[in-house]
Write a protein of this length. Structure first.
Length: 115
């Protein structure tokens, strides 16, 4: 009977570790999406209202301020939209060794209010 109990405890421990890993990945994905949204909005604002800061620099700054790293920014001056890709480090997982990261995409369009 004690072998069965030990086996059950081992299974429960692995399930808890797995649940913790899933939670960490989902939390990082949420942070990545927040950083991507902020970066896309910053780039779009820089496209709509040029203030001397390049759209890609604004996007990178806002991505970093939200815990992410800008991977790409399709935000050329003269365009009406900004599309960014941001990554966030998950770190070492409990069941899967090694560093991991998640990415998120976001798009923000410039609306000039022309009917």
């Amino acid at each position: 009977m004690t072998v069965v109990a030990a086996g059950m405890m081992a299974i429960i421990a692995v399930l808890l570790l797995g649940a913790t890993d899933v939670w960490r990945v989902l939390e990082a994905k949420s942070r990545a999406q927040t950083a991507a949204d902020a970066a896309a909005l910053a780039a779009a604002q820089s496209l709509a209202l040029p203030d001397g800061v390049a759209p890609v620099e604004a996007a990178a700054s806002f991505a970093a301020a939200n815990g992410g790293e800008l991977l790409s920014c399709a935000c050329t001056p003269g365009q009406a939209e900004a599309v960014v890709e941001v990554t966030v480090d998950v770190g070492d997982l409990l069941l899967i060794p090694g560093a991991h990261g998640v990415t998120a995409l976001a798009k923000a369009a410039v609306g000039l209010g022309v009917p």
